[in-house]
Design a protein around this ligand. Structure first.
Ligand code: BGC
Length: 403
């Protein structure tokens, strides 16, 4: 009798283990089993699904929030989470990912420092049966990426450019208006999408002479900003202001691809712009410093991206992938979220394959709709001293696996 109980219990334990670690490779050769057992990992056999989250940096507000939201989502669904930041260093990101694989990760969620630099590491992940979701930024030049979760990145650029078209009155204006471009980090695939969305909208005005770029710098690389750095954006615009806009010459707008570049451009305008007008500045992310600038009218708009939604979609997708299914459009229908998410199988080609993508909707935020979009929705609030804070992820996550 005891023996029968033992067999039944053994069977149940193996079934539970299979269900929890469903994405683990079947170690059906002696070599594979040996390799896995040699690993000094704490997680592989503890029965919980392990999710490795690799973020680019902690300098930008947003990645702190992404990390916190993702960790919360995955922990709430019973997963063990390894969260690592990479200080914008490719090598640090690779080492971090290798450690996650080593520690028995079932799935990696990766926002790459450099989208093209991780192919080798991701291939190792896939060889070990580890699933890979590209988070916010597409993972390039590799087959070893299963899905992509992001926002409609082309639309971000479109929203920024459309704001410029309407605020400068380009459709009706007779006078030429002056603009400069500050785009993103060229190793981030998103930067090209933002640029294309903006340029497709503004180019007709540049071509017709309604918009003039005095520096002549309109190409993606010449307008790009390494590491999305505020300082680099500031220095470049200072040079442009001194060279092309001397003695009160008018500049009407600077298209900034995100909020960190907008901060740098704002500083450059404060020190080196001699014109008298308020220069239109765009941005992206709705970082707190930039919200203050919008309220002060020193930045004109930003594009808000609900990062908690991005984390929710990632977790639901991960769960589906780990259960062994191949999610598609159906994932959205079944989830029945109260926000818009579209399934895209055409636009995100990483050079090796078109990666199936789940895309969320970015929202343009200006002085006029800021209260409604950012405060009434509960993302931000003011404390008793009137200081703005993020409600949904107040402080950067403290429990990061950092070394
Ligand atoms: C993100 C932006 C962010 C930028 C700089 C992009 O990949 O989509 O939200 O501002 O990186 O970190």
């Amino acid at each position: 009798m005891k023996r029968i109980y033992f067999i039944i219990i053994s069977l149940m334990v193996s079934l539970i283990f299979c269900a929890c670690g469903s994405s683990k490779p079947e170690q059906n050769t002696e070599t594979e089993t040996a390799t896995v057992q040699e690993k000094s990992n704490d997680h592989l056999y503890d029965g919980r699904t392990v999710v490795g989250i690799s973020m680019p940096d902690r300098i930008l507000e947003r990645w702190n929030r992404d990390g916190a939201f993702l960790k919360e989502q995955f922990e709430n669904s019973g997963c063990e989470v390894i969260l690592k930041y990479s200080d914008n260093l490719i090598d640090k990101q690779i080492t971090g990912l290798e450690e996650m694989i080593e520690k028995g990760a079932d799935l990696l969620v990766v926002a790459a420092v450099d989208g093209s630099a991780l192919s080798g590491t991701l291939e190792t992940a896939h060889e070990n049966g580890v699933k890979v979701i590209a988070y916010d930024r597409l993972l390039m030049d590799t087959d070893a990426v299963d899905y992509y979760v992001s926002f409609d990145n082309y639309k971000v650029g479109y929203l920024q450019a459309s704001y410029i078209v309407s605020s400068l009155g380009l459709k009706t204006s007779e006078q030429p208006k002056y603009i400069e471009f500050v785009t993103g980090d060229p190793v981030d695939n998103n930067a090209r999408f933002f640029y294309n969305g903006a340029m497709d909208t503004l180019k007709p005005y540049v071509d017709s002479g309604k918009l003039v770029v005095a520096s002549g710098q309109t190409g993606f690389y010449e307008t790009s900003t390494a590491q999305w750095s505020s300082d680099i954006a500031q220095q470049r615009i200072q040079i442009i202001l001194n060279s092309y806009y001397p003695d009160g010459a008018r500049l009407d707008a600077v298209l900034c691809a995100n909020d960190s570049t907008a901060l740098g451009v704002k500083r450059a305008l404060e020190t080196d712009y001699t014109g008298k007008n308020n220069v239109v500045l765009t941005g992206q992310d709705a970082d707190i410093a930039n919200i203050y600038n919008i309220l002060d009218h020193t930045q004109s708009m930003t594009v808000f991206k609900a990062l908690d939604q991005e984390a929710v979609v990632t977790e639901v997708l991960a769960k589906s992938v780990l259960s062994g299914t191949t999610p598609g459009e159906d994932l959205i229908k079944e989830a029945d979220w109260d926000f818009t998410c579209t399934y895209n199988t055409t636009d995100y080609n990483n050079g090796v394959k078109v990666v199936p993508s789940y895309l969320l909707r970015p929202v343009a935020v200006t002085y006029d709709n800021l209260e409604k979009e950012l405060f009434d929705t509960g993302y931000y609030a003011r404390n008793s001293s009137g200081l703005i804070y993020s409600v949904k992820s107040d402080t950067p996550d403290q429990s990061v696996d950092d070394d």
